[in-house]
Design a protein around this ligand. Structure first.
Ligand code: PEP
Ligand code: MG
Length: 284
């Protein structure tokens, strides 16, 4: 089975009836890319920057972050790369920084200096490839407006300092209930569904990292369906992230719902492509 899966690795993913499906990588550490051929993935769909920082002695500053993001973009060689702003909490702590119980964008808005430092590093990194900035745990359009204002301010700071920078796209994680309920109100370029947090929120359960079980609940699929429906009408891409996204048994369900991009950690790349190749979407 492993040998069969590995044979599918070099080619872009397709269902049994030939529907193309994107499979991008999720990355928690640069070292995870070492054994991966960039041609085997459709770019990088999720970089958990808090995970990259938490293994260090201190949270890197603008130059240190730029160096990391540049490695990711250069590795991707022009393929799209989505880097997420920090999402502390849920077992992830930034070295030397108290999260105050806040996660995602709420943490960034409460720590604007730190957030702008990260946004400046991302804006500068955008010169080295095709970059999307991804905002985690977004709950309201007001939070998005706040994040956008800090992004504008970060760009103004770079302009003032005479630094060159690019124009990344802006995407949101859809992993809270209000994000799904108000999905049409968020003016972003793309969506990434975080099944781990979304399933926990929809079912009112504590999150058990890596356990795909809660995502099997029909209420979770219904939330994913609503996001896909809106995205289709708005003409914006959606990727499905989290352990349950690439659980081989669940991949047929997500494909039938309309998911056309999965985000997989490197060790799951081959099995994800194999699970996609086994699904015939033309069958009833
Ligand atoms: C998720 O919530 O499923 C997700 C992809 O983000 P994280 O695992 O970093 O919370
Ligand atoms: Mg999440």
């Amino acid at each position: 089975r492993r040998a069969r899966d590995a044979a599918l690795l070099p080619a872009p993913a397709r269902t049994a009836d030939g529907v193309p499906v994107r499979v991008s990588l999720s990355v928690d550490e640069i070292a995870q890319l070492r054994a991966v051929d960039p041609a085997h993935a459709d770019g990088i769909g999720l970089v958990r920057t808090e995970a990259m920082f938490m293994t260090r002695a201190s949270t890197p500053g603008e130059e240190g972050q730029l160096a990391l993001y540049r490695i990711l973009l250069q590795w991707a060689g022009g393929r799209p790369v989505t880097i997420r702003t920090v999402d502390p909490g849920a077992g992830k702590a930034l070295p030397g920084v108290a999260d105050g119980g806040l996660r995602g964008v709420a943490f960034g808005l409460a720590n604007p200096e730190l957030f702008r430092t990260q946004l400046r590093a991302m804006l500068r990194a955008a010169c080295f490839g095709d970059l999307t900035v991804l905002l985690p745990m977004l709950e309201s359009p007001e939070q998005l407006a706040g994040a956008r204002a800090l992004l504008d301010q970060a760009a103004a700071e770079l302009r003032q300092a005479g630094r060159s920078f690019g124009q990344p796209r802006l995407a949101m994680m859809v992993e809270t209930r209000p994000a799904v309920e108000r999905i049409a109100e968020f003016a972003v370029d793309a969506y990434a569904v975080g099944l781990g947090d979304l399933a926990a929120a929809v079912l009112g359960q504590a999150r058990d990292a890596g356990d795909p079980e809660p995502a099997r609940h029909p209420a979770v699929a219904e939330h994913v369906r609503r996001v896909l429906e809106h995205a289709r009408s708005a003409g914006k891409p959606v990727s499905l992230c989290g352990a349950a996204a690439v659980e081989p048994e669940l991949i047929p369900t997500w494909l039938r719902l309309g998911v056309r991009e999965f985000c997989a950690p490197a060790p799951a790349l081959a099995a994800t492509k194999a699970a996609i190749a086994a699904v015939d979407l033309s069958a009833a």
